[in-house]
Design a protein around this ligand. Structure first.
Ligand code: SF4
Ligand code: SF4
Length: 402
């Protein structure tokens, strides 16, 4: 495994696999805590953050290869992994002024960045690659379609919403970044409670606020919406989740409307000290369409200088319950996508496209997964009144055989 160095303070040769996240980050998701949102295959019975840290310190064990599998896979391809991106934030990015805190945390872990996933899975969308734990709407659709999942067996209902009784005051006082996610982040009251708590403690001015949102709504809770809270924080980054550029996005992120997302995005950039970044998963459905996202983002960056960051093609759909992995894309479709990328690579995103081409060239095809995925697509299409091949005609030879 290749490591990434952090200046002269944390030497890469000291570690077989080092990542800052388990030492300084906490993800609280539905009353369970893990060190990083990218982690997969986490066994709550046996896996602990301390065990992961110890393995990183000593290099002994099997946990990194397993729970950090997404980063392990990403590092087989060009373009940085999540681990490398987090590391570079400390090296040269917006965390670099706090590097001594990370060094101290390697010896004695403390939470400097906190990702809060409230005990509430409400989401108004049903994105194909998402699951019921993150979206009550997907859970409801699965129930309507008779799709059995562990989630429904465990909870017996589709909307999970409970009170959060933990007192986060001490944690908030030490934070350099607070990340709010969902469900749909802006539609969950717990997230406003967390921001209000930081404001009332007088610590929000020290904290960078990061919000991941589908940008389809900006509701008020207790009379206040997100625009009332942002000015109290040191800075704000809004990560607008999209899967495609333009109306095609509405198919995967059903039933969103692109114009609403676009209009809300323009409202976000008016907020003080706020920048917006578009971010997409890489899934079987959108892996061939990042050229359109690159062009769309590039145009926004030109129209609104210093308001947008370059888009991120961050999360590779992999190793979860999702059927929408790149491995489900058959060779004939991969060839079409590769031809497009090789003949029209956006100059600002050469590394991103090298990574996507590498996924398409090297990730092993699973025909079994493809048919399972297409069956899932067809069921949802029938239920929603949509049709995959209206948006992705390249799937006709396969979809037509179901
Ligand atoms: S999954 Fe990646 S980002 Fe998360 S702790 Fe592991 S190496 Fe770090
Ligand atoms: S908007 Fe986010 S939480 Fe909602 S369905 Fe889509 S991916 Fe899942």
């Amino acid at each position: 495994m290749k490591n990434h160095s952090l200046g002269s303070t944390i030497k890469q040769e000291d570690y077989k696999w080092f990542c800052p996240q388990p030492f300084i980050n906490r993800v609280t998701a539905s009353n369970r805590t893990v060190p990083c949102c990218v982690i997969k295959s986490w066994d709550p019975e046996t896996d602990t953050a301390e065990k992961l840290r110890e393995e990183m310190r000593t290099g002994d064990g099997e946990m990194c290869n397993r729970v950090c599998g997404v980063c392990v896979e990403q590092e087989k391809h060009p373009s940085p992994s999540h681990r490398q991106i987090y590391t570079s934030k400390w090296e040269t990015g917006n965390y670099s002024e706090h590097l001594p805190k990370l060094e101290a945390a390697i010896k004695e872990p403390r939470v400097l960045t906190f990702e809060y996933q409230a005990p509430n899975n409400f989401c108004n969308l049903r994105c194909h690659m998402c699951g019921p734990g993150c979206s009550s709407s997907i859970a409801k659709e699965n129930k309507d379609l008779g799709i059995e999942t562990n989630f429904f067996k465990a909870h017996g209902k589709t909307l999970i919403k409970s009170a959060d009784t933990e007192n986060y005051d001490e944690l908030l006082k030490g934070l350099i970044e607070l990340k709010l996610t969902g469900g749909e982040t802006l539609a969950i009251s717990h997230n406003y409670d967390m921001m209000r708590r930081a404001v009332n403690l007088g610590v929000s001015k020290n904290i960078e606020l990061t919000i991941t949102t589908n940008a389809t709504l900006t509701p008020k809770f207790d009379g206040k919406d997100i625009f009332d809270f942002i000015p109290h924080f040191k800075s704000c980054e809004i990560i607008v989740s999209i899967e495609m550029w333009g109306d095609k996005n509405d198919y995967i992120r059903y039933p969103s409307k692109w114009q609403t997302i676009y209009d809300n995005t323009l409202k976000f950039i008016q907020a003080p000290r706020t920048r917006v970044m578009f971010a997409s998963c890489v899934s079987s459905l959108n892996v061939g369409y990042f050229d359109e996202i690159a062009t769309g983002t590039h145009n926004m960056m030109r129209s609104y200088p210093r308001k947008f960051r370059r888009f991120a093609s961050g999360s590779l759909v992999l190793n979860g319950e999702s059927l929408y992995e790149v491995t489900a894309v058959p060779p004939t479709i991969r060839e079409q996508y590769l031809d497009k990328y090789y003949s029209n690579t956006h100059p600002n995103y050469v590394q991103t496209f090298s990574k996507l081409c590498s996924y398409l060239e090297n990730m092993k095809y699973s025909e079994e997964l493809m048919w399972k995925m297409l069956e899932d697509v067809k069921k949802r299409d029938k239920h929603r009144g949509t049709c995959l091949t209206d948006v992705f005609p390249e799937w006709k030879p396969y979809y037509g055989r179901l």
